[in-house]
Design a protein. Structure first.
Length: 708
């Protein structure tokens, strides 16, 4: 990142508007007007061939006519003139260009788009857009866009891939009471992308948290890297996660939307909090602007109504912070703050009868307890209480608690349910730094987000890879090369296992028998019982061709099955190239899991783990992780699948060797990353996982090569 150039693009000391216009309704007019309305303090230079003056600023026919320096040039001229303007900007030593004009990559003209970026880079400039609304910064009084106003000021910054949405959200900041310092429209991301701006915002002192609206990423690996390194919370709303949505997003911005599960996994690895919808994006943004992360699992709920208490309890479970009863001493103390029929268990129900004092005491006391990590305060408007008084009381109690060291750094979120008076009181709380929502589930949801953030930070800190295994890449490449020379892009099971072995995976020993006699000799070497399998690069799913026989116990059966398996293969596919039959050690039965790899369009080499065996396609119980996967992450993958309990030892079985599985996943991830230029996809299905301490065995292996 060239910080000075991006500073010029996003916090310019002077702005030129190329294609500025004196005609209301034109974009070139709106941009100058927006700069004026935002009260931008630096010089504004409208560039227009004919005009002498536009909206109070002296106009120039070309940017090359200026004597003053220009940091940012906003380009609004028709598409066919943009490239020429960029060239002129370069000559005028502009730092950054923001291209509002559309009609490039999004309609298929990648050639001009690429030429624009090349030209800009030649002069050391960076390009935002094209096809954007522009960029806005409250702290610089800069509205370099055609959005009518700067957003409500706040401590978050938002990057949106959709321009129309950005304008709408900008206006919405006032209605929602959620403020932003900076807004960026990304458009086609021909040059500057999410990663560039996130890196820059991470160093921007006016930005406390970063919110994203993403349709598709081009360089997902860099994105994950940059977000991992960022020191500020990042909240992302990803659209196009449904199959149909993905198609819509792709045609919309010309970028690729990856599979929902891969995005989810990548966000988690990057430490990003994923928002579910627009409202949720705002809710989370507000919470991260105003409150600290939640460092432990104990949520205290204080309520005056049973109904909202139960709703919040349900939400707590849904959002990953299930409620626990308060310890007895906390209950005993809080019991004093409420009527006899109240409950201090958790939710702490001070009842409609407790009023202001009940809230204040429970909040101040609760926040100071070590046991409490976060607090949700719920209020239902009643005839006996005044919402504004309650709001003021809540704030007072929170401030009072903060005087005590023990209650520092604990997040608070509030939910008020009621009418007009309630709405006013909510706004009062938000203005005083307490995120407040009209639904208890929303308040609990943001606390869940603040908790998840703290967990992800911890996971990041623990994700060092301490496995000392040294892979033999040369051996793997030699096997792959031999198959390529043979004109194949699929490895046989034997070859694939040799590659897996080179990366430290525990595979069943497997040898090729070309004749019946060889089969018997090898079987005796391996020792009965054995497994026999067809070896043919043309038969990838061996069982489909009746090409697998397990539990063969003697020489006679070995001879019999050698011939049967070859006959079955020929019957299945007459012209199949048959290498022979594999003689394989028979692995004891374990829990069957699958390891797989794909090359994701956005994130590159990606690992899949799940319950395997013959039902894998039916159960679809799999999780993903972008490579490299640490052992710690690999343990998490195992607990993320729906059938996680099976690995923990369900129904009287002993727990499985998750440790060995984690090491295997990590090594496998290393393999597909290391060989990403060679391997298109691969899997180990099944892997037999044994009891804790007894390891695992990969009994089947498959590698498909990239075409070269
Ligand atoms: P494919 O998936 O190509 O049909 P596999 O090699 O996975 O063939 O074999 C099919 C099934 O046979 C496996 O899912 C597994 O249950 C069993 N199996 C295969 N190899 C062995 C082995 N070496 N030890 C024990 N069971 C095996
Ligand atoms: Mg298999």
């Amino acid at each position: 990142m060239n910080k000075e150039v991006l500073d010029g693009l996003f916090r310019p000391k002077s702005v030129a508007v190329i294609g500025a216009s004196a005609t209301p309704g034109k974009i070139g007019y709106s941009v100058v007007e927006a700069l004026n309305n935002g009260k931008y303090e630096g010089p504004i230079y409208p560039i227009n061939l004919k005009a002498d003056e536009i909206l109070g600023h002296k106009a120039y026919p070309s940017i090359l006519d200026l004597t003053g320096k220009v940091d940012l040039a906003v380009i609004t001229v028709p598409a066919k003139f943009v490239l020429g303007s960029v060239e002129e900007c370069g000559k005028a030593k502009v730092k950054g260009i923001s291209i509002i004009t559309s009609g490039f990559g999004e309609i298929g003209d990648h050639e001009t788009e690429n030429a624009i970026v090349e030209t800009a880079h030649r002069y050391g400039m960076r390009v935002l857009g094209p096809n954007i609304i522009g960029s806005l910064s409250n702290s610089d009084k800069l509205n370099a866009s055609f959005a009518p106003t700067l957003p409500l000021p706040g401590d978050a910054s938002l990057i949106s891939q959709s321009g129309a949405l950005l304008i709408a959200l900008d206006a919405g900041t006032y209605l929602r009471g959620v403020g932003f310092d900076k807004l960026f429209s990304l458009g086609n991301m021909a040059d500057v992308d999410f990663s560039d701006i996130i890196e820059w915002l991470d160093q921007d002192e006016r930005t406390k948290c970063i919110s994203l609206y993403i349709e598709g990423l081009k360089d997902g690996r860099r994105f994950v890297d940059v977000c991992k390194k960022a020191s500020k919370p990042i909240i992302a709303l990803k659209s196009g996660v449904s199959a149909h949505g993905a198609a819509a997003a792709a045609s919309h911005t010309g970028s690729l939307a990856g599979a929902a599960k891969v995005y989810g996994a990548a966000f988690e690895q990057a430490g990003i909090i994923q928002a579910q919808d627009l409202n949720n994006l705002f809710d989370l943004t507000q919470a991260f602007e105003l409150q600290p992360p939640m460092k432990g699992d104990h949520l205290l709920i204080v309520t005056n109504g049973g109904g909202v208490g139960v709703l919040a309890t349900d939400a707590a479970e849904r959002y990953g912070i299930p409620l626990e009863f308060c310890p007895a001493d906390l209950q005993a103390e809080m019991k004093n703050y409420m009527p006899e029929f109240g409950s201090a268990k958790n939710p702490v129900d001070i009842t409609g009868g407790a009023g202001l004092e009940g809230y204040k005491k429970c909040i101040a006391f609760g926040l100071q307890q070590d046991w409490v990590d976060g607090l949700a305060v719920l209020y239902c408007e009643t005839a006996m209480t005044n919402p504004m008084e309650i709001a003021q009381g809540i704030l007072e109690a929170v401030h009072q608690a903060e005087e005590n060291e023990a209650s520092k750094g604990k997040p608070v979120a509030v939910s008020f349910v009621g009418g007009e008076h309630t709405a006013e009181a909510m706004r009062y709380l938000i203005d005083h730094g307490i995120p407040t929502y009209d639904d208890p589930a929303r308040a609990v949801n943001v606390l869940g987000g603040l908790r998840q953030y703290a967990r992800l930070q911890e996971a990041k800190a623990n994700s060092k890879n301490e496995d000392g295994f040294k892979a033999d890449k040369q051996a793997a490449l030699a096997i792959i090369q031999a198959a390529r020379e043979d004109g194949r892009d699929a490895l046989t099971e034997i070859e694939a296992k040799d590659v897996f072995r080179a990366y430290g995976l525990d595979v069943t020993s497997t040898r090729l028998a070309k004749t019946e006699d060889e089969a018997v000799a090898l079987a005796n070497k391996v020792g009965y019982p054995i497994v026999m399998k067809i070896v043919s690069p043309d038969i990838l799913h061996k069982s489909d061709a009746s090409g697998v026989k397990v539990n063969i116990k003697d020489d006679a059966s070995t001879r019999e099955w050698f011939n049967k398996i070859i006959a079955n293969a020929k019957a299945y596919k007459a012209d199949a190239n048959i290498h022979g039959v594999a003689i394989q050690e028979m692995a004891p039965l374990g829990s069957e899991v699958i390891l797989g790899s794909i090359n994701d369009a956005a994130f590159g080499p990606t690992v899949m783990f799940g319950l395997g065996g013959i039902f894998v396609e039916v159960l679809k119980d799999v999780t993903f992780a972008v490579t490299p996967v640490s052992k710690q992450q690999a343990l998490k993958m195992q607990s993320d699948i729906r059938g996680a309990k099976i690995l923990d030892g369900a129904r009287g079985e002993k727990p499985r060797d998750k440790e060995a599985m984690a090491i295997t996943i990590a090594r496998y991830s290393h393999m597909i990353l290391d060989l990403q230029d060679e391997i298109k996809e691969s899997d180990a299905n099944p892997v037999m996982v044994y009891e804790d301490g007894s390891g695992l065995k990969v009994v089947d292996a498959r590698i498909i090569l990239k075409k070269k």
